[in-house]
Design a protein around this ligand. Structure first.
Ligand code: ATP
Ligand code: MG
Length: 312
């Protein structure tokens, strides 16, 4: 609760990995699915490097965007822009973009504070492909962290490293909160003599000195979860890639990953699209709505992919 007794919005964010895997495409479609379930949804284009959510929804850039929030101190709720779909609003990106990594810590905190107070059931953040600390820290505050994977070897490798990076960032933040960052850093530097092999080993090595803090950190890390969407699937065989990445993350990083579903590649997407009203195509393509509908339900319920239509 909080927020003057109003229910806090649920924040989902998409980020990570290689450009062009379909992050914007997937989060836009998820937003449409949530709105279709009568859940009030605000989609925020927080890809500071290349905002393009407005294009998908046929919303012309301006009159209001994140630029007004960052540069003119306009409250975030005032840049919420309607779309042609019921229950779905967007916050257009910062078209006069400055790189997100140039954003000051205070701006990032203010942005997150405002996002939390938006009056909506869901707030979805499209964070783009950045790997800088501002992007990662924003991603880490989401209630659900969604990653979009394309079935290509470089994209898989890339995403694995991204997951590792955000996990380390989370750990560093937790160590910092408990005043253990310095000592952990020393232990890690001397990991051969301390026989520390991985993150679990590192926390174990601090346990004797700081048992309470280590318990809290362990509990917090156990809650760390990423949600995986496989996009641009062209055949049934590719679906197993979602499960493979899940196993790799569990085996090598000890991280829980939920593979929530896949989206087929729709070769007709841009051919069929009406640039004035692009979302119409999202609705009409059963190839897309079927897969995204299922994975949206899985995300709401926090459960794994349970099978679906087999790509032709
Ligand atoms: N399942 C799909 N079927 C057909 N086209 C798709 C699909 N997913 C994505 N695309 C297309 O691929 C292109 C890249 O997608 P998108 O812009 O969503 O990628 P992105 O991951 O957000 O990229 P960036 O990292 O640059 O933000 C777009 O033209 C998009 O419409
Ligand atoms: Mg994008």
């Amino acid at each position: 609760m909080g927020n003057n007794g109003k229910k806090r919005c649920t924040i989902w964010a998409v980020a990570g990995g290689k450009g062009g895997t379909g992050k914007t495409f997937v989060i836009n479609n998820i937003a449409i699915q949530l709105a279709a379930r009568n859940l009030k949804t605000i989609l925020v284009d927080a890809d500071f490097g290349g905002p393009n959510v407005h294009t998908y929804f046929g919303v012309k850039p301006g009159p209001r965007s994140l630029t007004d929030f960052f540069e003119k101190n306009v409250p975030l709720k005032e840049v919420v822009t309607p779309t042609a779909l019921d229950h779905l609003h967007i916050i257009p990106g910062n078209v006069n973009c400055f790189a997100s990594e140039g954003m000051k810590h205070t701006q990032k905190s203010k942005f997150l504070r405002h996002v939390r107070t938006l009056e909506s059931d869901y707030v979805l953040l499209d964070l783009g492909g950045g790997v800088g600390v501002n992007t990662i820290d924003t991603f880490l505050v989401a209630d659900k962290m969604i990653l979009v994977l394309a079935p290509e070897s470089t994209a898989i490798e890339n995403l694995y490293h991204f997951i590792k990076n955000i996990y380390f960032r989370k750990l560093k933040t937790l160590l910092g909160l408990h005043g253990l960052r310095h000592i952990a850093h020393e232990k890690w530097k001397e990991r051969q003599t301390n026989r520390v092999q991985d993150i679990r080993g590192l926390i174990e090595s601090l346990r004797e000195q700081e048992p309470e803090a280590c318990l809290l950190i362990t509990e917090e890390l156990a809650r760390f979860r990423v949600y995986l969407v496989l996009n641009q699937v062209r055949n049934e065989k590719q679906i197993s890639i979602g499960f493979s990445l899940r196993s790799i993350c569990a085996k090598y990083l000890g991280i829980e990953t939920e593979f929530v579903g896949y989206v087929e590649h729709d070769a007709m997407f841009w051919q069929n699209i009406n640039l004035e009203h692009p979302y119409v195509h999202f609705w009409k393509s059963p190839r897309l709505t079927d897969g995204i509908g299922r994975l949206t339900d899985n995300l709401i319920e926090g459960r794994q992919f349970r099978g679906g239509r087999v790509p032709a």
